[in-house]
Design a protein around this ligand. Structure first.
Ligand code: SAM
Ligand code: SF4
Length: 348
């Protein structure tokens, strides 16, 4: 799509409207949007190799994504993260990022970011920076090329390392997301810390979440981050940091190196009380909680009328249903995933 013009609506600045606040008094200030369910990798913890993707007609157009994101921004969203699937494999993604960048310029949005597997980052890093993106999360579970190929099935480590280097060269701050997998990369945390420190990236460790059938047994690779932390504490001094982004990440500073390290522990740590976020799928379904199945169909509302009045009402109604918290469990008794959709649907 060569849709920069189509994607830049006449209304540059947004008239402020009533902020979205849920029944527990949490202001919704963070929206994650999955711009595609497709991906050029097949990470073992995320999707089966023979993943079935959605028919195109079900996926929101870039214009619809822009309209929905803009409606959220008008209602108080200050931070927008594009994810997927792999957001950088969506055709026209840079047009969308450029169009959304108008909300950064107007001051309505504080931050526009992306979570990416890095495979296409070398091609797009400069354009992302030019559009106003300043930080990206890039997934990297290992620095071992063979293990990388085994985890991602279709990925090549060198391509991703080039993407990370290109992001840095373009001026983007990189946060590395590393999913902790018992018996796979648990001995590599310090090597990743050293790599991240050398190149000035942050590192965040993620616990596996029970989302979607993936055709392998997650319990075998489930690694509680409390164990990783205890292991690190044998050699390093970890100082808890007060930073709280309203999400599940908790940060420490490593006393000896000054480096920041994040832990995303949805299973061992309850983060719901400060949850400020909602997630929109590539088909316009709004999940009010990553760990629950309740959903609001915003695509139907968007496609029913070009006027935003009904959309605004739908946002208010959806947020009134945001639950207090989630209910993830990984254990041997619960063989089925707690939530049936894949991570690539809600984008993590
Ligand atoms: N494709 C992009 C990427 O890999 O960064 C964005 C989408 S991906 C679904 C977002 C993040 O979710 C990645 O960091 C990935 O490692 C993580 N992820 C995927 N499946 C997961 C699972 N079952 N448990 C925990 N993290 C998962
Ligand atoms: Fe693709 Fe990201 Fe899922 Fe890996 S984690 S398969 S890169 S969407």
């Amino acid at each position: 799509m060569t849709a920069t013009a189509t994607l830049a609506p006449s209304a540059g600045a947004l008239a402020p409207a009533a902020p979205l606040v849920d029944p527990f008094g949490r202001a919704i200030s963070y929206l994650r949007v999955s711009v595609t369910d497709r991906c050029d990798f097949r990470c073992v913890y995320c999707m089966p190799e023979a993943m079935t993707f959605l028919p195109k007609a079900e996926v929101l157009s870039l214009e619809e994504i822009d309209r929905l994101a803009s409606a959220f921004i008008r209602r108080g969203t200050r931070k927008l993260r594009l994810t997927g699937g792999e957001p950088l494999v969506r055709r026209g993604i840079i047009d969308l990022v450029q169009a959304l960048g108008r909300h950064l310029k107007s001051g309505a949005l504080d931050e526009l970011t992306l979570t990416s597997n890095g495979s296409q980052m070398a091609r797009h890093a400069e354009a992302l920076f030019a559009a106003g993106v300043r930080r990206v999360n890039i997934s990297l579970d290992t620095l071992d090329a063979d293990k990388f190929a085994a985890i991602t099935r279709w990925g090549r480590l060198s391509q991703v390392l080039d993407g990370i280097a290109a992001a840095k060269a373009a001026g983007l701050h990189v946060k590395l997301n590393m999913v902790a997998l018992a018996g796979v990369n648990d001995t590599e945390v310090e090597a990743m810390l050293a790599y991240a420190a050398r190149d000035g990236h942050d590192l965040v460790l993620i616990e596996t979440m029970p989302l979607g059938e993936i055709g392998v047994d997650r319990v075998d690779h489930y690694l509680p981050l409390s164990r990783v932390r205890a292991d690190l504490e044998q050699r390093w001094t970890l100082h808890d940091l007060p930073d709280n982004t309203g999400g599940p990440a908790r940060y420490v500073r490593i006393g000896e190196t000054g480096q920041r390290l994040g832990f995303i522990t949805p299973l061992t740590h309850n983060f719901c009380e400060s949850c400020n976020r909602v997630r929109l799928t590539a088909t316009g379904q709004l999940y009010m909680c990553l760990g629950q199945d309740d959903v609001a169909d915003l695509r139907r509302v968007v496609r029913a009328s070009p006027d935003d009045t009904d959309l605004d009402a739908a946002l208010t109604e959806a947020i009134s249903r945001k639950p207090r918290g989630h209910d993830f469990v990984i254990d041997r008794r619960a063989a089925a995933p707690a939530v049936t959709r894949h991570m690539s649907v809600t984008g993590g």
